[in-house]
Structures are given as structure tokens and as C-alpha cells.
Design a protein around this ligand. Sequence first.
Ligand code: GRF
Length: 194
Amino acid sequence: MVKSIGNKKIKTAVFISGKGTNLRNLIKFSKLKKSPIKICLVFSSNRLAKGLNYAKKYLIKMKIYNFTNKKKAEFLILKDLKKNRIDLICLAGFMKILSPDFIKKFKGKILNIHPSLLPKYKGLNTHARAIKNKDKYSGCTVHLVNARLDSGKIILQKKIKIFKKDTVYKLKKRVQKQEYKLYPKAISKLFFNL
Ligand code: GRF
């Protein structure tokens, strides 16, 4: 695992595909003195991703790669990561599946936030599935990324109660509010053993 050295912050890249509210939150966290990370690069698989506006606003270098040719996109991303000496990747609403080869090259240095209590509900539509199954709880998980989808080592989880009248929208809102606390907490835990 990456370790922060002295006062030096860990150079981090955030991968997004959409709204980027977790990106915004991670940027704010990275600006705190106590934060172990510095966000140096934002990658998007979607040129229309709203989240790119946060990269612009905070003057963070951003790159957009079309994943229709995944091999090429990953090759170019790896080049960017190396050039910018990136040591940590945070996936935040990144809707593409990275290849095992890519993950191997960055083993133990890729984090993801997933909107369920893993190992329950890997993949998409997690809130709808939890409501449909009449689960009592949903939540979110920060985990290390390995070659199997949403299956890497869990760093932290937060449980959230599902109410009888919950809709996907309402539940998602409540879970996301917790995501914004959990991701920074998990990063701190990873680097400072908090
Ligand atoms: C989050 O709910 C996260 O759990 C999931 O994708 C969503 C991304 O939202 N992986 P945003 O783009 O950060 O607003």
C-alpha cells in the first residue's frame, strides 16, 4: 500500500463518469491540512460529465478518454499516471470496468465507493434492488479494487436505514450524504491507520 511520507501528500487521480459530487467532496477534503491526499488529475470516461466542472473550478488537470477502445484508453491513462507520478486512484462514480491488467499495474492503490453494503448488491441499481427486496438497511462501502467487480477488500462501510416509504431517489440522497463522509474517512484510515 502507498504510504504518505512526512508532510508530502499522496498524489491522487480521481476517475469519474457523471455528476462528480464525490469528486467535489474529495477535492474539498484534499484541501484540508489533515488530508493525506492531493488531487492532481481527474479522468473522465464521458466528455459531458458534469463533474468535469469541479476539475475546472479548482484548476485540476483533467483528461477525457473514450472507453470504446478500452485498451487504448487504459494505455494512455497509465502514461498520464506515470508522468504525473500518481500514487493513488479514487474511483468516484466511474462507470467503466478497468481491465485486470490495468488493476494489476496499480495493485493496492485503487479505491472505489459503492452504494450498497457489499458483498450485497454488486453492480448497478443497488438502491432499487434493496428496496425491492424489502431490506431493512442499505449503505455504502469504500473498498480496494481488484479484478472482480466490487469485490476487493473492504476498508469502511456505513449502514443506513431504509424507511417503508423510501423511493430510490430519497434513499440515494441519504446514502450519498454518508458517502461524502465515508470516502475521506476511509482514505484517512488507509494512510494513518485511524
Ligand atoms: C455514487 O453514489 C457512488 O456510490 C457510485 O456512483 C455515484 C456517483 O455519484 N459509485 P457522483 O458522480 O459522485 O455524484
